[in-house]
Design a protein around this ligand. Structure first.
Ligand code: NCD
Length: 304
């Protein structure tokens, strides 16, 4: 039985197959409307979510399956002190597949040992978020035609932003990808990821000013400063508005730039940018549903 804990649990061929299936599902969603009838997805969310949880539920409902779950730790027996292992063991008696989000790094990895059904990591603390990465890859591939040969700017909270960590680990497997890492010094990419880039000879540059990087980018991946991961409020307040993408700044960028954001946005992209054809973050939201339909389908087949 396969779980999805890290994006590298999937081979590049499996990712390609998932993205092909997701594109086909996006084109003709009704063709799969009965395909998982009688199957149940459980969503165990110990942390807030809008898109990830609802896109998982929408995906399973679009496949004809059913959903159950909880959307905060205090509405489950973890509030009574039940361990994560027991919660997962219990829910795996009620569902065929589990999507789980947890504030602790490594929680889905630990959960897989007591689960009788496949576990999908829907975000673990400041660590990883593989299904957001599948969404990002689907969006990039639809725009760019393939997944290599690009300069991508990752901007904002590169320290705690789990979507950035998973996206980097996914993209380094394709040739010709250059990373421009744009952050204040306090929110730099963790050293283990910088070392991965160095060890593998992947070209990257670190910048503090968004303006330096903008003219060179094919993709700009904006992120929110992750308030919930800060130890003190004053640091968050000082850093939260470091980057704000505005129509004026976008004038520095190529007409072929594409702006991505996993969302939610706080202040880092002005709403005036939404009307720019280069802003594709709501198309990215749409893709999240179809790529999760594809993922649930393949995981319930155990990638056979
Ligand atoms: C992200 C997350 O939860 O890590 N959101 C998402 O899943 N689309 C990004 C964020 O919360 O900033």
């Amino acid at each position: 039985m396969r779980h999805l804990i890290n994006i590298t649990d999937l081979t590049p061929d499996e990712i390609e197959d998932l993205l092909n299936l997701a594109d086909a599902m996006r084109a003709n969603p009704r063709d799969w409307g009965e395909s998982q009838r009688g199957r149940i997805l459980a969503t165990l969310f110990f942390e807030p979510s809008t898109r990830t949880r609802l896109s998982f539920e929408s995906a399973m409902l679009s496949l004809g399956g059913g959903v159950l779950g909880f959307s905060s730790a205090d509405s489950s027996s973890s509030a009574k002190g039940e361990s994560l292992q027991d919660t997962v063991r219990t829910v795996s008696c009620y569902a065929d597949i589990i999507a789980m989000r947890h504030p602790k790094e490594g929680a889905p990895m630990a959960a897989q040992y007591t689960s009788e059904v496949p576990i999908i990591n829907a975000g673990d603390g400041g660590h990883n978020h593989p299904t957001q990465t599948l969404t990002d890859l689907m969006t990039i591939r639809r725009e760019h035609g393939h997944l290599g040969d690009m300069t991508i700017g990752l901007c904002g909270d590169l320290k705690f932003g789990r979507t950035v960590h998973s996206l980097i680990l996914a993209l380094i497997r394709y040739p010709g990808v250059r990373f421009l890492l744009i952050s204040p010094p306090e929110l730099r990419l963790p050293e283990y990821l910088l070392n991965t880039l160095r060890d593998q000879g992947i070209p990257f540059e670190e910048h503090q000013a968004m303006e330096e990087a903008l003219p060179r980018l094919d993709f700009l991946y904006m992120t929110r400063v992750q308030k919930e991961r800060f130890f003190n409020e004053a640091d968050y307040v000082r850093l939260k508005d470091t980057y704000i993408l505005t129509p004026e700044k976008l004038r520095l960028a190529s007409p072929a730039l594409r702006v991505l954001h996993p969302l939610p946005r706080v202040n880092e992209i002005s709403t005036q940018v939404d009307a720019d054809p280069r802003a594709i973050y709501f198309d990215q939201v749409r893709n999240g549903r179809y790529v999760r339909m594809a993922l649930i389908t393949r995981m319930l087949e155990d990638f056979a």
